[in-house]
Design a protein. Structure first.
Length: 165
């Protein structure tokens, strides 16, 4: 009973997996992944808000497309947080920031808004992926590359929706 009480009182703490990556590198990569987690969460919330508020002839197409996107973004946030845990650190609380203007955008403004945010995400992810690979963290590199491929495909699809002659 005494043992059980001690076990349930255990709190998450910084761990030191002997996986071939030193502490400073794991901390550095975890910090960058925390920033990416916050960006992805912000984009997820913004995508959901756009899914709710979109109006006009593109409603059905974008309403459905954005639902697929926020569902994928939600899964990606879980991957980033769990990678931070695997690197030995407690998962951070994402900093979510979405401007109020997101509530009253036209369909064209929504797509432009999302294009900008996906591009910002991809650039940060590319920097961290390259940094992680250079530091020997090929697992984080591969995780980011897989998610980047989805962001870049999403960028193409969003561009296609508003493509002009
Ligand atoms: Fe919905």
């Amino acid at each position: 009973m005494k043992h059980a009480a001690a076990v349930i009182a255990t709190k998450p703490h910084v761990e030191s997996p002997k996986s071939g990556i030193d502490h400073a590198t794991r901390k550095d990569i975890s910090g960058a992944l925390g920033d990416i987690l916050s960006s992805a969460y912000s984009l997820l919330v913004k995508t959901h808000v756009h899914h709710w508020n979109i109006v006009g002839p593109l409603f059905q197409q974008l309403h459905t497309m954005l639902e697929e996107q926020y569902e994928t973004l939600f899964k990606s946030t879980d991957l980033y947080a769990e990678r931070i845990r695997a690197l030995g650190f407690p998962a951070p609380i994402p900093h979510v920031s979405v401007e109020q203007e997101a509530r009253t955008m036209s369909a064209e403004q929504i797509v432009d808004d999302l294009l900008g945010d996906h591009e910002t995400c991809v650039r940060a992810m590319r920097d961290t992926a390259i940094e992680a690979e250079g530091m020997g963290d090929i697992v984080t590199h591969d995780l980011l590359v897989a998610q980047m491929a989805w962001h870049e495909k999403t960028l193409w699809m969003l561009r296609a929706v508003v493509a002009k002659a």
